[in-house]
Design a protein around this ligand. Sequence first.
Ligand code: PML
Length: 251
Amino acid sequence: HTYYSVRMRAAKGDSHKNGGKHISGGEVIATFSELESSIARLVEKGLTHSRGKPEFMNVEFEKIEQSVEHVAPLAVHTNSVTTIERGQATARSLLTEAGVHHNVINKSYQVLSQISELRGAVLIDVHTGQRLDDPAKNGVRVSRMDWPWNNFESWAKTYHLPQNNRMKEALVLATKVIHHPATTAELCWSDDPDYITGYVANRALGYQRITQLKELGDEKGCRIFYVDPTKVENLDAYINYLTRQPVFIHW
Ligand code: PML
C-alpha cells in the first residue's frame, strides 16, 4: 500500500502572528482512495470545535516514503479524582513511579509555566530537567500516526472503554511516543477549555488517565515528553521519529 499523511490545523486571529490562536488540529494516515473522506472528516472536526469558529484552516497531505511500523496500543487505566489537587498529585506520583525524579518534575512545570502558547510537546531531559527542544519553535508536533476506526472500535468494546475520539487520538500519540526507547514518560492535558481529563503514559504503567488535571475553562494545555538522551544517537534522530516515522496502532 502507498500511504499518505493528512494533517489539518484550524485557527483564528492573525495568521502572521505565530500562526494565530489554535482551535483544532488532526492527523490521519490514509490510502489514496481514503483521502477524500479523511479530508472531509478532518475539515468537519476543524469547523465544529468547542474552542470556537476558525478563521483559517490548513489541510495538507503528503505521500509517505518510509515503511509503516505497527504498534500495539498501551493498556488504559483510569484514575478517578474529584479535585485538581488530587489529580495533580496522582500525576506526580505516576511520573515518579515511571522514573522521573521529583526535582525534574518541578523543573518541567517551571518550563511549562514560562510558555504562553504551546503548539506541540516540550522535551525535557529526564536526568537534568533541562528543556531539549528549540524554545523558538513552540514545541514538537508529533505526526504520522493513526488507528483504523474498526480496529479501535473492537478494542474499545473488548475492554469496555468509551469510543471517545479524543481519547483515541491521545492514546495513538502516547503509544507512538512511548514506543521510542528514549521516551521515559509523557504528561498531557488538553488545551480545550471544556476538557479536563489528562494522562501520564509510560511503557510499564501504560496510559494512565486522570479525570481532572485542570480547571474547567482553562485554555492552557500541557504536553511534556521526559526524554533519556543517552538512548538515542542525537536529538534530531528522536525528533525525526516523532514527526516523520509513520506508525499504525494495531490491536
Ligand atoms: C487533547 O485534547 O489533545 C488531549 C486529551 C488528553 C486526554 C484524553 C483522554 O484520555 O480522555
